[in-house]
Design a protein around this ligand. Structure first.
Ligand code: NAP
Ligand code: MG
Length: 501
């Protein structure tokens, strides 16, 4: 990275083409240099039974950099025969892994966590290249949190008896795990770490558009000398996931993704009674009371919706502002939106990176068009967007109605809807008025208002005077159509165990 230069007083226009941070005046590293920190092979195979092997039918697919539309690598596309092989490898590894002394299992997880920390920079660059997220986020949030997850569950491996006092615990067996593209490595860590700590073996399927960090993790798993077959990684598309879920020899499904696919999986598993956890979509209400610290709240709103381009299941995508402060908040928010830098994900000054895929960009556009058609007022940042790649300007909607699609449906992009309320009860009614119930946020100076609102919100996670903060020790999960079960924390262990009397 380029040396930092102290020049705090310089005022420089917020242009993505400029090589200086307009807030601090510091020079920032040009993108190609950051890219040098990552090795991406031209071709990746599946990771089955501790070995990298091609798909049995020889099929591959391309993973692209959404910021440039360039192909980064070709990746093996697992078919049903590969799912068979991976499940068989996980089955074969299960008896020895589950009987291994728990402290030894913990050691493997500690080793993985440390390896991940050592190679954090490479993982961060690859995460940003493959998925489009700003390097500042992959470097400071995604990768460190993924390592923290391994550390956290490594610690539980030999303490399960303390986690569930008076109960006998036993692992479930082979866990099928399917993850989305918005936090690829972090979601892999959320899935793999608790499963292994509890003594299960795993077949993990990353999302089609972001397979690379899971495959890099497979390299670390091999480096950590995990017994072959304990973790298997199958890249592919939805049909790979479908074949995995329907495989007769799996004992558990852990899925993170859309509510639509989650429902399909639930139906497929219902007849067999396979235990499952589902982490699905969201449409979080972010509630600003009139006594909130305004400038901090505006930063919280920005982080709530524009973090990771709004590709966040728990994004604060529905802003509810108390009438007395609505004018001020909206004015400040519009001004702040203009300063957000949209552009090169590898540039450490970038606030908003690329939209993950063309398909997701089209979905965002379609929903935003519907908002305009249904009468909401659109405000977008006037910043220029790069010509190549998938981009969407930060957007807010005012004059919204509860019935509009933009207010009801998950957009999963940098798009915020704003409505107002008079009383706390009205805020809670509006907040709970969706089929989702994953997260929420409250900004106020009064503890009573925080506790009142958090009790009344039907949401798995509620932040107060902050938003989008994560910690491995705190459970995460949804009500209603946002899912089933919890991940993270002590609660994240139970779904990987038989709890016997
Ligand atoms: P998605 O389309 O449901 O895909 C999620 C994963 O499932 C991907 O690996 C996908 O493979 C795979 N898949 C697709 N069809 C499948 C099928 N029929 N059977 C089994 N697996 C299948 O969701 P997404 O678009 O990747 O992710 C965005 C969604 O995830 C949003 O709704 C978001 O809210 C949700 N999400 C929830 C949480 C949470 O913790 N609650 C966290 C992150 C994201 P391909 O990618 O290869 O198609
Ligand atoms: Mg990609």
């Amino acid at each position: 990275m380029a040396a930092k230069k102290k020049n705090k007083k310089a005022t420089v226009a917020p242009s993505p083409a400029d090589n200086r941070d307009f807030r601090t005046g510091e020079l920032y590293a040009p993108a190609p240099e950051a890219r040098d920190h990552a090795t991406i092979e031209a071709r990746y195979d599946l990771f089955i039974g501790g070995k990298f092997v091609p798909a049995e039918n020889g099929k591959v697919f391309a993973t692209v950099n959404p910021a440039t539309e360039e192909t980064l690598s070709e990746v093996a596309a697992a078919g049903a025969a590969d799912v068979d092989r991976a499940v068989a490898a996980a089955r074969k590894a299960f008896p020895a892994w589950s009987r291994l002394k728990a402290a030894e299992r913990g050691k493997y997880l500690f080793r993985l966590a440390r390896l991940l920390q050592e190679r954090a920079r490479e993982f961060a660059v690859i995460e940003s290249l493959d998925g489009g997220k700003p390097i500042r986020e992959s470097r400071d949030i995604d990768i460190p949190l993924a390592a923290a997850h391994f550390f956290y569950y490594a610690g539980w491996a030999d303490k399960l008896a303390y986690a569930f006092p008076g109960r006998n615990v036993a692992p479930l067996g082979v866990a099928a795990q399917i993850i989305p593209w918005n936090f690829p490595l972090l979601m892999a860590a959320w899935k793999i770490a608790p499963a292994l700590a509890c003594g299960n073996t795993v077949v993990l399927k990353p999302a089609e558009t972001t397979p690379l960090t899971a495959l890099k993790l497979a390299e670390l798993i091999a480096d950590a000398d995990l017994p072959p077959g304990v973790v298997n990684i199958l890249t592919g598309n939805g049909s790979t996931g479908d074949a995995l879920v329907r495989h007769p020899d799996i004992d558990k499904v852990a899925f993170t993704g859309s509510t639509a696919v989650g429902k399909r999986i639930q139906k497929a598993l219902a007849a067999r009674g396979t235990p499952h956890t589902l982490e699905l979509g969201g449409k979080a209400a972010h509630i600003i009371f009139d006594d909130a610290p305004i400038d901090q709240a505006v930063e919280g709103i920005v982080n709530g919706i524009f973090f990771n381009q709004g590709h966040v299941c728990c994004a604060g995508s529905r802003l509810l502002v108390q009438e007395g402060v609505a004018g001020t908040i909206i004015r400040k928010l519009k001004r702040r939106m203009e300063t957000l830098i949209v552009g090169d994900p590898l540039d450490k000054n970038t606030d908003i990176g690329a939209i993950n895929s063309r398909a997701q960009l089209e979905r965002i556009r379609e929903l935003v068009d519907s908002g305009v058609r249904e009468g909401a007022s659109l405000h977008q940042s006037a910043q220029p967007l790069p010509a190549k790649g998938y981009w969407f300007a930060p957007t807010i909607f005012t004059d919204t109605a509860q019935s509009q699609r933009i207010v009801q449906e998950e957009i999963f992009g940098p798009v915020l809807t704003i409505s107002t309320f008079r009383t706390p009860d009205e805020a809670v009614d509006k907040a709970n008025n969706t089929p989702y119930g994953l997260s929420g946020g409250v900004w106020t100076d009064k503890g009573a208002r925080i506790f009142g609102a958090t009790r009344a919100l039907r949401a798995g996670v509620v932040w107060a005077n902050t938003f989008n903060r994560f910690d491995p020790a705190s459970p995460f999960g949804g009500y209603k159509e946002s899912g089933l079960g919890r991940e993270g924390g002590l609660q994240g262990l139970a779904p990987y165990l038989h709890l016997l009397p």
